[in-house]
Design a protein around this ligand. Structure first.
Ligand SMILES: NC(=O)c1ccc[n+]([C@@H]2O[C@H](COP(=O)([O-])OP(=O)(O)OC[C@H]3O[C@@H](n4cnc5c(N)ncnc54)[C@H](OP(=O)(O)O)[C@@H]3O)[C@@H](O)[C@H]2O)c1
Length: 305
């Protein structure tokens, strides 16, 4: 089992990504996508109410059979804040989850995340108490949150019922390696930290073939050269192998969430995840050779275009 690999399904249900192809897979390709997740025995599939038809595509391919663990996310709740009516927040969370279950054709899932960290505070925290009670009732096994900043991670780690956090993490992102952050993560050993955006939607695996967000395209050639020098020095077979080996080299990373558009990408990713990750000494060396990227590049949730 690829127990540190979760396959990301944002690509399944909507136009997505920075590569030449953005449209979602056909029905036939989506079935092959699902079969590939089963074949590589991935730890699970990461989807969300907000990923267009992603949940419905998974539900159709799965067709009610037992299969890989499912991680889904409550729709973002921008209309609520800490002062909102808790009952309205509870209704919104329950309705989102019911819609996810209907689309996925299941009556329980392994993990439910709040899609935005600010939603942890919605309705004086009712969003959290409802997830706690769904877990107590056995409707979900664990709940968590997707975070984008250190403050969000540190605040989430204070919540006793938390079981799972998704963070954007990749070769250019140095934020999560600060000793106080690693100490806070270590203080909650049962919380799974899942790293997403490992390939930066493909920018880190083929910097010259992707459209870059914001004002960075001129840096693409230099980044491609530098990454390739590092790859060769470490004997990694490809930039994908380097990007995955780097993230998985961190002991606090419980899993990587790698987005896939096709069955072939899933098979390739699973093969690379099975390779030895970088050693701690290699991680230090990479950090000394590769400057940190700007925040508005390393976290796709900040991308404007
Ligand atoms: N919580 C959140 O707010 C949030 C935000 C974003 C994503 N996510 C989740 O995290 C998952 C991963 O993030 P992501 O998909 O944005 O970024 P990613 O995993 O960094 O990159 C995925 C992209 O890398 C390329 N790729 C993957 N395998 C490849 C291979 N073997 N060969 C060549 N290219 C390959 C593909 O690009 P092409 O499609 O161009 O081929 C693929 O779409 C998503 O699917 C989603 O489930 C969560």
């Amino acid at each position: 089992m690829s127990d540190r690999l979760v396959i990301g399904a944002a690509q399944l249900g909507q136009a997505y990504g920075r590569g030449p192809r953005r449209e979602p897979p056909s029905e036939h390709e989506a079935d092959a996508w699902y079969d590939a997740v089963v074949a590589v025995n991935a730890r699970g599939i990461d989807t969300a109410r907000a990923y267009g038809d992603s949940e419905a595509v998974i539900g159709r391919a799965r067709d009610g059979r037992p299969g890989p663990a499912l991680i889904t996310k409550i729709r973002p709740l921008p209309e609520f804040d800490a002062d909102s009516d808790p009952a309205a927040v509870e209704r919104a969370v329950r309705e989102s989850l019911a819609a996810s279950f209907a689309a996925l054709r299941v009556d329980s899932v392994d993990t439910v995340l709040l899609h935005r960290a600010r939603d942890l505070r919605a309705g004086a925290g009712r969003s959290v108490t409802i997830l706690d009670s769904l877990r107590a009732d056995g409707v979900i096994i664990e709940w968590g949150v997707s975070v984008g900043s250190l403050d969000e991670l540190l605040a989430a780690l204070q919540l006793p019922g938390l079981g799972h956090v998704q963070v954007p993490y990749n070769l250019l992102d140095r934020r999560w390696c600060e000793p106080p952050v690693v100490a806070a993560i270590r203080s909650r050993p049962k919380v799974v930290i899942a790293a997403r955006s490992t390939y930066l939607q493909g920018i880190l695996v083929d910097p010259l073939a992707r459209s870059w967000p914001g004002p960075h395209p001129a840096d693409a050639t230099e980044l491609a050269d530098r990454l390739d020098r590092i790859r060769r020095a470490l004997g990694r077979e490809s930039l994908r192998d380097l990007a995955l080996g780097y993230v998985l080299g961190h002991p606090w990373v419980g899993a990587v969430v790698v987005g896939a558009r096709s069955a072939a990408q899933i098979t390739d990713t699973a093969r690379l995840v099975a390779r030895p990750p970088l050693t701690l000494a290699e991680l230090d060396w990479v950090r000394s050779e590769l400057p940190a990227g700007p925040l508005d590049l390393v976290d796709p949730s900040r991308w404007k275009g």
